[in-house]
Design a protein around this ligand. Sequence first.
Ligand SMILES: [Zn+2]
Length: 254
Amino acid sequence: MGRTIKTKGIIVGEAPMGEQDKRLVILCEDKGRLSAVAKGAKKPGARLASQAQLFYYCDMMLEESRGFWYLREASVIESFYDLRKDLTGLAWASWMVETAGILAVEGQESARMIRLLLRGLKMIEEPLLSPKTTAVTFILRALSEQGLQPEDSRCVECGKPLPKEAYISPAAGGLLCEDCVRRARDGMRLSEGSLYTLRHILHAQESVLYKYQASTEIQQELFRFTRFYLHIYAQKEMSSLEFLRNLGEIPAER
Ligand SMILES: [Zn+2]
């Protein structure tokens, strides 16, 4: 028997592996992102079949054997069962967990990230904001939590303080002022309301993080911003975005 650990963790990715097993991506409190095999998890009635599920937050026992981790036992703390009742909410929640799996680092303590994710998923179940805005809020804050937050006070090109509006430039990798965007050509305007909301999301106390309102225009601008900005770190096509496209929640790729 190999090394075993007990930890709390949330399943942020799952894929079938052969006829009976699943390969999971787990965000663990003390080990960060970890890939683990759940033996027999696809077999109806098997011990792990009802626990090794996407979104499930569990007390887990994991064992390392010959360089691979195996989920041996799990006891469910929170299943987010209601997420499955609404396809739109489910799709946006999928984007959140896939992002958490990308941003989490192997071996890095992740209790804060897990707490943020649990709260975000709860917000999708009990919507005060639209699922899209909840997902955007979680992702921007998670980037910030990992030290990857966008610079929101100064132009990334010239360093001047940003006035009330700014421009997103994928080529420059952040926000530009009006002078610099003329040379960038790919700038997309971020309105005063969006910039204000972005700053709220990045800096507000966690207890009031989701307590804001945003117009449709702001929601749309912040979604585009988040998607572009996240892509710098994701560096791959995310399957959850495909899910959202298929539902018509986001436009098809040009
Ligand atoms: Zn500038």
